[in-house]
Design a protein around this ligand. Structure first.
Ligand SMILES: [Zn+2]
Length: 406
């Protein structure tokens, strides 16, 4: 096979990595809206060379930067949506403290967002540039919409709503450019993600002098400990239901029976049924508790609140049909490929039931959300493998050609 696509993509890699370097050198922590907007402007500039026009949308949270939508209208009936985000989890202070910045070393490039997800945005660019060069007719005929969330790392649900109301008629797929999974040579695309619920449990008891009138007290900490035992036991690995108690606080002095205690946490599941059941079991813990005052049986009161809801993205035929095009293309290119159900959330959770969605179309790398580095190698910061860009772009291009021909 003398296919000119691969060498052409190789020739564009230095430009792609230069785009990536410029994006990584701008701090775009979710709570640095000026930086997020600057990455948005740079991204718009990078895609303008392919004929995309930019629109920005304010986030509902005024502390966040603006979402970015890039569009290139096509002449035919089909449309493809691609999804990435502009923000990272690293504050400027953390980047300085850990001297964490753009650093090519060996076969890796370290840096904030190299893998999650600026590398994904650049892979999106390589995929589209390759199509524009090697299958101009298909590139021109397709409407392309690129959606970049300003605040994915802090889960702003408004982004999903803005995207869903903007999907073009005839949208065949929403392709999310989060990093691929990798097990040695096996590449993994994401076909399902757990949904997540976050919760708070507040226990109100009755305070008392711990030495003089202990029998008057109803100890909120003792009650919360009992309630949390039940919460902990809700986890069910056989059904992929995870439950985590994340934080706890309570009481105000060693000589006082604690009148209030609060814990927060989350739970996650792959299917709406398991997710709903877990929520109902949590909410059922509300009401009078079993810890009571000895004097007059005054009960601690347990209140359970759901703080946020991110729906599961379960395995579904829309996603499986899309995956089949990537699987076929991977066979033709000689890559081993496998589907993966992932525990973490992405914007795919908010889109899959509007348009068939596939995730993990970005590059390979590791250590997302980590910035520390230790000399003994036990702490490694986020990095991307630049060698993964060309093969993945080629795979995405072949699969899109197959999808849009069908
Ligand atoms: Zn992330």
């Amino acid at each position: 096979m003398h296919d000119p696509l691969r060498p052409w993509l190789e020739s564009r890699l230095p430009t792609a990595l230069d785009h990536l370097r410029r994006m990584v050198e701008i701090n775009s922590w979710t709570l640095n809206p000026a930086g997020v907007d600057a990455v948005g402007s740079l991204t718009a500039e990078v895609f303008a060379s392919l004929g995309f026009t930019a629109e920005t949308i304010a986030s509902t949270n005024p502390e966040f930067g603006r979402h970015l939508v890039l569009t290139r209208p096509g002449t035919g009936p089909d449309a493809i949506a691609m999804v990435s985000h502009l923000d990272t989890v690293f504050s400027p202070e953390e980047e300085t403290r850990n001297q964490f910045g753009w650093l090519p070393e060996g076969d890796r490039i370290y840096g904030p967002g190299t893998h999650d997800i600026k590398g994904g945005t650049v892979l999106m660019w390589m995929t589209l540039a390759g199509l524009a060069e090697h299958d101009r007719a298909l590139f021109e005929r397709t409407t392309w919409q690129l959606f970049l969330n300003s605040s994915e790392e802090m889960l702003s649900p408004d982004f999903g709503d803005r995207v869903r109301e903007r999907f073009a008629q005839g949208t065949r797929a929403a392709l999310v450019f989060e990093a691929e999974g990798r097990q040695d040579d096996l590449r993994k695309l994401v076909v399902a993600r757990k949904g997540r619920g976050t919760w708070r449990i507040t226990v109100r008891g009755r305070g008392a002098h711990a030495g003089v009138q202990p029998g008057r007290g109803a100890n909120a900490i003792a009650q919360l400990a009992r309630t949390l035992e039940s919460v902990h036991n809700l986890a069910d690995p056989a059904r992929d239901l995870s439950v985590n108690i994340g934080t706890i606080r309570g009481g105000s002095g060693l000589n006082r029976v604690a009148e209030e205690a609060v814990a927060e946490g989350e739970f996650r599941a792959f299917t709406p049924e398991v997710w709903d059941e877990a929520l109902n079991q949590l909410l059922a813990l509300s009401g009078p508790g079993t810890v009571r005052s000895r004097n007059d049986n005054f009960p601690c009161q347990v209140e359970v609140e759901l703080l946020s809801r991110s729906r599961p993205w379960p395995r579904n035929t829309g996603t499986d049909n899309l995956y089949a095009h990537w699987d076929q293309a991977a066979r033709e290119l000689g890559f081993p490929l496998a589907p993966e159900s992932r525990g973490g959330l992405s914007d795919g959770n908010f889109l899959w039931d509007a348009v068939p969605t596939l995730d993990g179309l970005g590059p390979s790398g590791d250590c997302d959300h980590c910035s520390e580095r230790s000399a003994d190698g036990s702490k490694v910061p986020e990095y991307v493998l630049p060698g993964s860009f060309v093969p993945k772009a080629e795979l995405n291009i072949r699969a899109l050609q197959s999808l849009l021909a069908s």
